[in-house]
Structure formats: structure tokens, C-alpha cells
Design a protein around this ligand. Sequence first.
Ligand code: ZN
Length: 216
Amino acid sequence: MIFSPPSKQRIDFLGQAANAYQQQLTAGTPAAELLKRRGLSQDSAQYFRLGYVADPASGHERYRGMLAIPYVNMQGVVAIRFRCTGDHDCKALGHSKYMREPGDEAKIYNILALTLNVSRIAVAEGEPDTWTGWQCEIPTIGVAGVQNWNRLFNRHLRGYKEVVILADGDDAGMQLADTIVKANKNATVRQMPSRSDTNAFYCEHGAEALREKAGF
Ligand SMILES: [Zn+2]
């Protein structure tokens, strides 16, 4: 079993929280500024139902001030992950950049992209790179790093003519790419320049260049 869905009650709670955080993502908030720095359009932010935790839902108090990233499947919002909105090196400040709720297991991000009738799909590392691919009209799913690639995810990739891995330009990016390529004959790797990632590449070179690099 890859994923045991949360209860209907839990999905309702998460859906309501995600809606509230979306309302709270107003111009000038740290989350809106973060998305602006990443070159994300309002349409993309809306598609991904991104939000800002100004007024946390019950139990979400420790995510106050963070960007809310809902994980949405056919049933609704099945998880929300949270990202620090500071323009700094989180590790150097002693906190993690991403937080998830206890018991929230590894999941594919933007899994609804797997319902598209396309012959090629991209896999990006992390949510911001997934937004970026999607914004550039590349059907993209995301995984939060190699340690979150569950081998059962491979079955989702089998029907595609080609699976394009948009790998970060670092060791972790190559580890993820290697892991997926080893298990999928239809997978190919497009690595971003050294120390760059899909989003940085897009911000520097634009959508056309990214599409060309990814071969879409
Ligand atoms: Zn931080």
C-alpha cells in the first residue's frame, strides 16, 4: 500500500485550512514575496492552492508565518506542507526549511498531473521546481528529495513513453535521478547547471530555455 488516505473528516479539515491560507496569501506577505522571488505567477499559485499561514488553524500554530503547500489528489487536500518564508539560509539559522505534520508520509506532489493524457512526464525535486515546470507548461510531478522516493512510486511512471527527470545541479539531485533511472527504462535525466535547480534556471533563462532543456 503506497498511501492510506486520511479520513474524510481530516480531508475536510485540511481543505478548509488550505482555503483559509489561500485567502491569507495577500500581496506584501512574506509568502507572496517568496513566490515573487521565485517568478511564480498568480495563476500558478492559485492552481497549486498555495497559501500563507497568518492565522493558523487549530493544531497549526507552529506553522505561523510559513508558506502553506497543499498536497491535492482526487479526494481533496490530503496533506499540507509548510515552508519557511525567510530569504535566508534556514540551516545556518538552525531550523528546517520545510515542515510537515506528524504521520505525513512521503507523497508525490502534484499527483493530478498523472491524470493528464500525455506521453511524457517530468519529475522535479521539491515543490518549487514542480511549480516552475508546470508554469512552463511541462507536465510535472514532484518528490521531496531522494529520501522521499518510495520505490512503489515507480509504478506510476511505467506507462509513459519518456520520464524526464529535472535534476538539481548537485549530488542530491544526481542521487535522485540515479534512483529513478535505475528503476525505469523510460527515464532520462536533464541536469541543471552546477549548484542550480529548475527554478533558478527558469528565473535566469526563462520558460522557453527551460522547455528546451527539458525537451518539451
Ligand atoms: Zn528559514
